[in-house]
Design a protein around this ligand. Structure first.
Ligand SMILES: NC(=O)c1ccc[n+]([C@@H]2O[C@H](COP(=O)([O-])OP(=O)(O)OC[C@H]3O[C@@H](n4cnc5c(N)ncnc54)[C@H](OP(=O)(O)O)[C@@H]3O)[C@@H](O)[C@H]2O)c1
Length: 314
């Protein structure tokens, strides 16, 4: 890969963590290997270094993403001070890959062993953020004493901040708990069910990390790829129904999606995943342009109307 030119990517405060993260983060799920795109280790290493060289300072991964944590550890540990590192907890240990393994456990033994495993794989002595994966109910979190476990790990200096990967129907009760520093939430022009909850989170002082921010590249891939959490066909249906293609004005669909996502004033960052160096460069260039022009954003919102219908993933 040719050397990555640096891009001037704006930063935003990640809520009460106080970290200034680039509005484009890197979502490392596409590095999972089995179940995902084929990518050789050396290629992944070049891609990960291109992420940092391109100006990104935020990386999201998970125990659930196969070899992702190990690749980050192997290729980026020596640059550890250059990025805010987020992973997840509650996931089955070992090298398992979603979506087949959703047997999450939020009790102390699993959460603690998971954090220890992440530290080893990521070759670091601290995780900046650990997010509870898969949006369990408050009742389950309380019964499993998950927040207490994470607080203990924080007191031990192994993790710095506590987050929730939250979706409806449980996200409102996670917000009401008042204990999470960051929420990871799905959102894009075709997936606006959590639009207002992003604002609620930000108003409470939490950081907001957006997944699905380019709708999995759907518009650029003739919708062969679709947003996770939506009923199949719903993303393209919303895209067509709103006539968003007519608003592209020279942009491709992914640039439009990303800049729409970044136009939400309460989004801290979009963690966009890719296994393709060219897509990384395109996303960096789009993020450098920042949010959509105000009139275009207003017209897109007018055409999209209010969000409807949500099929919760559990
Ligand atoms: N907490 C959770 O439950 C959860 C669930 C899912 C994801 N996540 C996190 O969020 C990150 C992103 O989530 P996501 O993958 O659902 O959504 P996303 O970022 O909207 O979509 C990523 C997909 O879009 C494609 N893409 C990226 N840039 C593109 C471009 N410029 N042109 C065309 N296609 C492009 C990528 O494929 P190519 O490889 O072809 O570029 C990849 O398959 C993940 O990596 C992960 O860190 C968290």
């Amino acid at each position: 890969m040719a050397q990555q030119p640096g891009f001037a990517i704006a930063t935003r405060r990640l809520g009460r963590t106080g970290a200034d993260v680039t509005i484009l983060g890197y979502g490392a799920m596409e590095l999972r290997g089995r179940g995902g795109p084929a990518i050789a280790a050396a290629e992944a290493g070049r891609l990960l270094n291109a992420v940092l060289d391109g100006g990104i300072n935020l990386i999201d991964t998970s125990i659930d993403y196969g070899q992702s944590e190990e690749l980050i550890g192997r290729y980026l540990a020596r640059r550890r001070d250059e990025y805010f590192l987020a992973s997840k907890c509650g996931c089955p240990l070992g090298r398992r890959v979603l979506p087949r393994h959703r047997r999450h456990d939020y009790r102390a033994a699993r959460v603690t062993a998971g954090v220890e495993q992440s530290l080893r794989r990521l070759r670091t002595d601290r995780l900046d953020l650990v997010q509870v994966h898969f949006s369990p109910s408050r009742a389950r979190l309380d019964a499993d004493r998950t927040v207490e476990t994470l607080a203990t790990l924080r007191d031990q200096g192994k993790i710095r901040f506590i987050g929730m990967s939250g979706t409806l129907p449980h996200l409102p009760e996670h917000l009401a708990m008042g204990v999470f520093d960051v929420f990871q939430i799905p959102y894009s022009a075709v997936q606006r069910e959590h639009e207002d909850l992003i604002t609620t989170a930000a108003k409470a002082g939490a950081g907001t990390l957006i997944r699905g921010g380019v709708a999995r590249g759907g518009p650029a891939k003739n919708w062969k790829s679709e947003p996770i959490d939506l009923t199949p066909g719903e993303g393209p249906r919303r895209w067509e129904a709103a006539g968003l293609r007519e608003l592209l004005d020279g942009m491709n669909g992914t640039e439009f999606m990303l800049r729409f996502t970044l136009s939400h004033p309460d989004v801290s960052a979009a963690i966009v995943g890719t296994s393709e160096p060219g897509h990384l460069r395109a996303n960096l260039a789009a993020a450098e342009k920042g949010p959509l022009p105000a009139d275009l954003y207003a017209e897109a919102c007018r055409r999209l109307g209010r969000p409807t219908g949500y099929r919760c993933r559990e």
